[in-house]
Design a protein around this ligand. Structure first.
Ligand code: HAM
Length: 419
């Protein structure tokens, strides 16, 4: 019996056109990301696929769903607890500390395109292995950085031609503001506790802020009148938040203030943001992030402020397909060589080796009849075909047929690079 792939994962294949799992689309998206990351002066970081579990417990927080319910945790052969990375920020923070990157004296701007692992309940838009474009800026407190970081993600999505997106913006203030707000929120929710969804009831004691981004209709109704964290910000945080908004306006990036945006990871403070697309249904977040100014210190590193975002490549591609955004045409051979016989095959291989310095060339090794070879040319999307047999080898010239126009011209074998 054949063995199927595990639940919640997928393969990315060539020539799966119109499907977001087409490797050509992934390569295109990754290319746009790399170009843009370079323009914004981010350097690439690659961290290991797994880390000590403790890093995520301390970094992301044990009250987050990601750590408490969704991690792929295992013991290695020496009995140490390891986890597949569920997100990229804690590993980047670990690497920053481990390599003393603060000693460079400059801001560290790092990006990654990496797979993440979360044991999610199966539903559209949620995978157990997903891929993120992440960007982290470590060592800067200026509000302008928040706006530039958001601009990077916004510009990426605009470059890809996406429309109808919403940028949600909020500030979670500092620890004092959150503590005060937490008490007020609990006071507000307490009389409604029994009416809340079971998930929210569970969160009430340990992580009441997360109730704010619950999607359950009964919770939404209760939350309409909930207090706003923005009323609890200290003057410094309020000033930072207003500067971020001013910078976004300067950059012509539209946003909505959403005081109920809290994000699912525990390390955030001050600015948090998320970009959503209508096409995605319940899992509508294309990407999100914010400031995490105390994470470095909490992980035993220097006291440096930081901020970042993660954006899901699956969801970006799905939205591009739903919105019929531009994709480059799939790659195809420019020339298909059809040899007749063993000697011609050898010659075609030598020819192809040279021509491949210039453009994609395929050889039909099937030995089938010409009709089948021409069918193959169509299936491959080859632009030109040339049949090479005894006669062509003797005369050193061949007929090159253009598939689209059904016209042919005669070319010397050594001039095939002029097709
Ligand atoms: P996150 O919101 O958990 O943030 O994930 C970032 C993005 O990854 C989401 O907006 C979504 O597009 C995608 N994503 C998350 N989980 C899944 C899933 N199971 N299947 C498909 N796509 C998914 C973080 O991970 C933070 N580390 C972001 C960050 C970086 N904050 C600061 N720096």
């Amino acid at each position: 019996m054949a063995i199927p792939s595990a639940k919640g994962v997928f393969d990315i294949l060539p020539h799966a056109q119109e499907d977001w799992r087409d490797s050509g689309l992934w390569a295109y998206l990754e290319g746009v990301i790399r170009t843009l990351a370079e323009r914004y002066c981010f350097g690439e970081i690659r961290t290991p696929l797994f880390e000590r579990t403790e890093l995520f417990n301390r970094g992301v927080g044990t009250t987050s769903d990601i750590v408490s319910k969704e991690m792929y945790t295992f013991e290695d052969r020496a009995g140490r607890s390891m986890s597949l990375r569920p997100e990229g920020t804690a590993p980047v923070a670990r690497a920053y500390i481990e390599h003393h990157l603060e000693q460079s004296g400059t801001l560290q701007k790092l990006f990654y395109i990496s797979s993440m692992f979360r044991y999610e309940r199966q539903q559209a838009g949620r995978y157990r292995q997903h891929h993120q474009f992440g960007a982290e800026i470590i060592g800067g407190a200026a509000a302008g950085l928040d706006a530039e970081l958001i601009d990077l993600l916004w510009t990426l999505l605009m470059t890809l031609g996406l429309k109808g997106l919403t940028l949600h913006l909020n500030s979670l203030g500092d620890v004092q503001a959150r503590q005060l707000f937490r008490t007020h929120l609990q006071d507000y929710l307490r009389p409604h506790l029994k009416e809340l969804s079971s998930d929210s009831q569970e969160r009430f004691a340990a992580n009441p802020l997360r109730i704010l981004d619950s999607k359950a209709p009964q919770d939404r109704a209760i939350l309409q009148e909930a207090p706003s964290i923005l009323d609890f910000l200290q003057p410094e945080c309020a000033e930072h938040f207003s500067q971020v908004q001013m910078s976004l306006k300067t950059l012509n990036i539209p946003f909505v203030i959403n005081p109920q945006l809290v994000r699912g990871l525990d390390y955030y403070n001050r600015t948090v943001f998320e970009i959503t697309a209508n096409e995605l249904g319940a899992q509508n977040s294309l990407g999100g992030g914010g400031r995490y100014d105390s994470l470095m210190q909490e992980l035993g590193g220097p006291d440096v402020p930081a901020l970042g975002f993660g954006a899901g490549l699956e969801r970006i591609l799905q939205t591009m397909i739903a919105q019929k955004a531009f994709f480059p045409p799939p790659p195809h051979p420019k020339l298909l060589l059809i040899p007749l016989g063993a000697e011609a095959t050898a010659m075609c291989m030598a020819l192809a080796k040279d021509l491949r310095q210039k453009f994609p060339v395929e050889i039909d090794h099937s030995g089938k009849k010409l009709k089948a070879s021409l069918k193959m040319a169509d299936a491959l999307g080859a632009e030109f075909v040339a049949v090479i047999g005894e006669n062509e080898m003797k005369t050193g010239v061949c007929e090159v047929k253009q598939m689209a126009t059904h016209t042919s011209r005669t070319l010397k074998l050594e001039e095939l690079d002029h097709v």
